[in-house]
Ligand binder design. Structure first.
Ligand code: ADP
Ligand code: ASP
Ligand code: MG
Length: 243
């Protein structure tokens, strides 16, 4: 029995039907005999919409309040996904970053993960539940909500996978893997079946937003294998691994 962390990005959970589709995929993985912890992003453009709302009220919102607001996006998707899994007959339990034990420094909007102590997530997994964790968020030493920077759910997923000692971290997105260039801009771009952490770091640093830079750095530091793939197909994606 493997322990798999699956991360679903905003494009994979954009509406209720997409959440149901993701729930089916999670349940499929569970019924194949795996323990599954899921990290989820906010639905579609929710984070952008929350920022727009904030700025329409205060053109220079306090960073603490902006983080408090932004973390709400992932709370919506995590609880809806837990319900969708429940509706398929499996047990699921959702956790905020705080409940999942994500401790960060105090840099609102760009916090760094200091420690992950996912006791409640481990307990849920031991109890044969699907654990669903809100990506992109943690708490600082004051107990206030922090966010990890845009695209930060990728980093949450790898950090959780490392803390749980998972066998694999799957990053589900809206393209079939990592391509030689952004496939939405360059139609002749080709999918790359396997990349080293170094190669992926170079691509992330030069703007391939399919994986957040810090997520790749974290995976490299702890040797966590990543599988970047589409939540819209069962095609194999890109493995990002050590040499
Ligand atoms: P998610 O919502 O799953 O986090 P993102 O929008 O953050 O998804 O990242 C996926 C997007 O990254 C793709 O839709 C694609 O347009 C873009 N992208 C940019 N460069 C690449 C690349 N080299 N390979 C694959 N996708 C890329
Ligand atoms: N919802 C956050 C963002 O839009 C985090 C993420 O999607 O990874 O940046
Ligand atoms: Mg992303």
């Amino acid at each position: 029995m493997a322990l798999i962390v699956q991360k679903y990005g905003g494009s994979s959970v954009a509406d209720a039907d997409s959440i149901k589709r993701v729930a089916r995929r999670v349940v499929e993985t569970v019924r194949a005999g795996n323990h599954v912890a899921v990290v989820v992003s906010a639905m579609g453009d929710t984070t952008d919409e929350l920022i727009d709302q904030a700025v329409s009220i205060d053109s220079n919102p306090p960073a603490r309040e902006l983080d408090m607001l932004m973390t709400a996006g992932e709370r919506i998707s995590m609880s809806l996904l837990a319900m969708a899994i429940h509706a398929l007959g499996e047990r699921a339990h959702s956790f905020t970053g705080q409940q999942a034990g994500f401790y960060t420094d105090a840099r609102y909007g760009a916090a760094h993960i200091r420690a992950v102590r996912p006791e409640r997530v481990s307990q849920a997994l031991l109890d044969d539940q699907v654990a669903i964790v809100a990506g992109f968020q943690g708490i600082n030493s004051l107990g206030d909500a922090t966010t990890l920077g845009r695209g930060g759910s990728d980093t949450s997923a790898v950090a959780l996978a490392v803390a749980l000692g998972a066998d694999l971290c799957e990053i589900y997105t809206d393209v079939d893997g990592v391509f030689t260039a952004d496939p939405r801009i360059v139609p002749t771009a080709r999918k790359i079946p396997r990349l080293s952490y170094e190669e992926m770091l170079e691509m992330a640093a030069s703007g391939a937003k399919v994986l957040a830079l810090r997520c790749v750095e974290y995976a490299q530091r702890f040797g966590m294998p990543l599988h970047v793939r589409s939540s819209f197909s069962h095609n194999p994606g890109t493995m990002v691994v050590g040499n």
